[in-house]
Ligand binder design. Structure first.
Ligand code: MF3
Ligand code: CO
Length: 240
């Protein structure tokens, strides 16, 4: 899984470098495909329940599962990029949200809160903690900042498949849920909604999830393993 995680980190790095006003989300998908090809890795997104791309690109009020296409990014947009890779049958999955050029202070604050929620959740990835502790950590950061979390969506176990048990919702009760042990791997994915509510809608394309109130959303995700010395993030670049 470390090898798959490294490929995902490289996809993120290359896509981050390509995000600018004027680029289309389809071009970002191309960048990701090139990395997969260069590394001889497979895509776990392409063909998943018929999904047509290797990344999800979710702009502004889109929360997750935006399909890349002809949309041109504009200065002031925020974009969530989610992608994964498969190496030797092992899966990695991670997401980030980035500013396109200069964005509003509100947008910057939302992205920072999503990153803070992810860091807080990752800190709970210790033997003896429970999935409810991970979920609760996300909720605490979102609540304190006045943001909602996407109801009905969340993280998941990951390994030989992209989606394994358990579910990792963005709200939870401390001490509840499956117990974490050394070797457990979770894809943890806070989805913060700027309007403060938890409600989302799915568009007619059958994929794109948007905030019900039209507010901005920020999605971030890492694949993380519980080790005997604490959490290890598998989808983070090491060479920086
Ligand atoms: N990484 C996404 C998740 O775990 C998977 C997206 S499914 C796809 O929620 F079909 F869009 F790839
Ligand atoms: Co995921």
């Amino acid at each position: 899984m470390r090898a798959a995680g490294r490929v995902v980190a490289e996809m993120h790095e290359c896509i981050r470098g390509a995000i600018r006003p004027g680029v289309t989300t389809a071009e970002l998908d191309r960048v990701a495909r090139d990395v997969l090809e260069r590394r001889g890795a497979g895509s776990n997104f392409l063909g998943y329940r018929g999904y047509p791309a290797v990344i999800c690109a979710s702009v502004n009020n889109e929360v997750v599962h935006g399909i890349p296409g002809a949309r041109v990014l504009a200065e002031g947009d925020i974009i969530g990029i989610d992608c994964g890779a498969v190496v030797d049958g092992w899966h990695g999955d991670a997401a980030f949200t980035a500013a396109v050029g200069e964005v509003s202070p509100d947008a910057r604050r939302l992205i920072a809160a999503a990153e803070e929620a992810l860091a807080a959740a990752i800190a709970q990835m210790r033997s003896g903690r429970h999935v409810g502790d991970v979920s609760h950590a996300i909720e605490v950061v979102a609540d304190a900042a006045g943001y909602g979390v996407a109801d009905g969506y969340g993280g998941h176990g990951i390994g030989r498949a992209m989606h394994e048990a358990p579910d990792v919702p963005c709200r939870g009760t401390p001490g509840r849920g499956p117990r974490l042990e050394v070797g457990v791997v979770l894809a943890i994915e806070p989805m913060l909604l700027g309007g403060g509510g938890d409600d989302t809608l799915e568009l007619d394309d059958g994929w794109t999830v948007v905030t019900a109130d039209g507010s901005l959303a920020a999605h971030v995700e890492h694949t993380v393993v519980v080790t005997d010395h604490g959490p290890e993030i598998l989808t983070e670049g090491s060479g920086r």
